[in-house]
Design a binder for this molecule. Structure first.
Ligand SMILES: *[C@@H]1O[C@H](CO)[C@@H](O)[C@H](O)[C@H]1NC(C)=O
Ligand SMILES: *[C@@H]1O[C@H](CO)[C@@H](O)[C@H](O)[C@H]1NC(C)=O
Ligand SMILES: *[C@@H]1O[C@H](CO)[C@@H](O)[C@H](O)[C@H]1NC(C)=O
Length: 543
């Protein structure tokens, strides 16, 4: 196994109040050869019969019954990727000493896509079937899935079943697995506005997401601080709104790369263009988009949220979101709608007059709703569905039935908000307990792990409306230097909560598997931070 330090659960005492986890004697225990699947599959059975895998004889192939073949580049690419994960160093060593397969060897993994359409060329979506069945036995292991999305999840699981023995040889035990996710939407939010994130960092985190069976990249691409998205329709937005117009932008080809890299790993890319608040950077490149704030009877020279009373605002939004709908293939776009500061609107005499005309009184949330309502109508004409932060629901904006409400606030309690959102018949997504930008001393992954999106008072019908959740890593204090270790393996705790059965909650067992899973990420080149004292067989030695 990767980790020689193993804390047998018998000896594990958890002092949750201190966030520590330790063995009572503090002594190192010998490794038991044991697999460390993460997230834990729904049904799993293994036996003590073990086989060896040898880089010179083992191969991943299409089963002859499969509806997919070598023309499925998504699978071909995944076969290569997992072969390298399994044999990495062995392949590099070009060990020719053992060309022939032994009797005890496993010679192939057959991948069998069972439905008529393998979806090789498609994009994953909210309804995608990610289930798979895996059987490891001699002479062939078989991975059966309705389509490529389940096959990708199964390939990851297969690679996790493999462990190194004392001589560095790859072993796998006879195993039967039947697996599927508990929730359909399992996301990670990255923020590329507070700090610009180079493409390489985004791609390597998509890789880490696939290792953890996440399936949504929520790209919080622009915000107050900067506008790095290069729009073909409105190029001034990034020319004047990015930190730098050439080096700190995502060009159309960058965005395409991210979407394709994600697709190859069964990950959806949902962009967020948050309005009417969080838009300071938009104002640099788009005249009259933001509300001029007043100090007394004169403009103060500062600007507030998007100006909701001008026709030009809606003409701009219509053109902008038309472009967005063609750039991003996913059926959903995140429209934000959070934390709108009303003080600038209140100060502006034109807005005050508009409030009177509309009979809004002094209730500025009505003005916000007026704006959001029109924006939603605009986005609806682009044939996209939308996600919004919870304030849009809280303010009583009229929403399409398929709107997804993203719960993030701590007050009122998120359990109550999840109950209200689902009682109103909307799909709900949870992020409140998963703001991973918040850090503290000790093992905070445990609280992340314990939170459950369906732990609220409500009917079964309400619980079914919970489609999942997202781990969020906001960027105020995060850039490429610290993003990956801050996110991993803490986001892995969210990954298991969203994939595995609700009953998988044992912290001692999770600790053992997560410590090894973290070492596996390290072995694959991802600088995931440690959970606690210990070591990995293959330590991180730089990028
Ligand atoms: C795998 O097989 C070995 C013997 O070959 C056995 O010692 C070990 O307990 C098995 N592991 C699992 C998880 O079944
Ligand atoms: C804005 O549009 C509405 C209806 O589309 C129209 O009645 C109104 O005159 C327009 N306002 C301005 C200032 O152009
Ligand atoms: C469920 O939520 C309640 C608070 O509403 C909390 O006390 C309890 O520990 C939670 N249980 C789980 C399993 O998350």
């Amino acid at each position: 196994m990767y980790c020689m330090l193993k804390l047998a659960s018998l000896f594990v005492a958890i002092a949750v109040s201190h966030g520590w986890l330790f063995s009572d004697s503090g002594k190192k225990l010998n490794v038991l050869e044991e697999i460390s699947l993460w997230p834990l599959p729904q049904k799993f059975q293994s036996s003590a019969v073990s086989f060896q895998l040898n880089a010179n004889s083992f191969q991943i192939v299409h089963a002859k019954e499969s509806s997919a073949g070598p023309s499925c580049s998504l699978l071909q690419d995944a076969f290569r990727r997992y072969f390298e994960y399994i044999f990495g160093e062995e392949v590099r060593k070009q060990d020719k000493s053992r060309k022939k397969a032994f009797n005890s060897d496993l010679v192939e993994l057959q991948v069998w896509i069972s439905s008529a359409d393998p979806e090789c060329e498609g994009y994953p979506n909210l309804q995608s079937d990610e289930s798979y069945e895996l059987s490891v036995d001699q002479p062939s292991a078989v991975l059966k899935a309705p389509n490529v999305w389940g096959a990708l999840r199964g390939l990851e699981t297969f690679s996790q079943l493999i462990y190194e023995d004392d001589y560095g040889a790859n072993n796998i035990n006879k195993t039967v697995i039947s697996d599927f996710p508990r929730f359909a939407h399992r996301g990670v939010l990255l923020d590329t506005s507070r700090h610009y994130l180079p493409l390489k960092v985004i791609l390597s985190n998509l890789e880490a997401m696939a290792i953890n069976k996440f399936n949504v990249f929520h790209w919080h691409i622009v915000d107050d601080s900067s506008f790095p998205f290069l729009s073909r329709t409105f190029p001034e937005l990034s020319q004047k709104g990015a930190y730098h117009p050439f080096t700190h932008v995502y060009t159309p080809s960058d965005v395409k790369k991210v979407i394709e890299f994600a697709r190859m790993r069964g990950i959806r890319v949902i962009p967020e263009f948050d309005t009417p608040g969080h838009t300071q950077s938009w104002g640099n490149g788009q005249k009259d988009l933001l509300t001029p704030c007043y100090s007394g009877s004169t403009p103060s020279g500062t600007f507030g949220p998007v100006n909701p009373i001008l026709n030009s605002t809606y003409e701009f939004m219509a053109q902008f979101f038309k472009e967005i709908s063609t750039v991003f293939p996913d059926a959903y776009v995140h429209l934000g709608g959070d934390e709108v500061d009303f003080s600038c609107w209140k100060s502006n005499p034109d807005i005050q007059r508009f409030m009177e005309q509309q009979s809004f009184g002094t209730d500025y949330s009505k003005l916000e709703s007026f704006y959001i309502q029109r924006l939603l109508d605009i986005v609806t004409t682009t044939k996209k569905g939308y996600m919004v932060w919870q304030e849009v629901f809280d303010n009583g904006v009229k929403l399409k039935a398929d709107t997804q409400i993203h719960v993030w606030k701590e007050r009122p309690q998120y359990q109550d908000e999840m109950a209200r959102v689902t009682a109103a018949g909307f799909n709900a997504l949870l992020s409140t307990p998963w703001y991973l930008n918040r850090i503290s001393y000790g093992q905070d992954w445990m609280n992340i792990y314990k939170a459950d999106p369906q732990n609220f008072t409500g009917t079964d019908e309400q619980k079914k409306l919970v489609i999942g959740g997202e781990a969020c890593l906001w960027g105020e204090y995060v850039d490429a230097t610290n993003l990956t270790p801050r996110l991993w393996p803490r986001a892995s705790a969210v990954a298991e909560r969203l994939w595995s059965d609700a009953k998988v909650t044992d912290l001692g067992n999770a600790y053992e598997r997560l410590a090894q899973h973290r070492c596996r990420m390290v072995k694959r080149g991802i600088p995931a931070e440690p959970l606690f004292v210990g070591h990995c067989r293959h330590e991180y030695n730089g990028p």
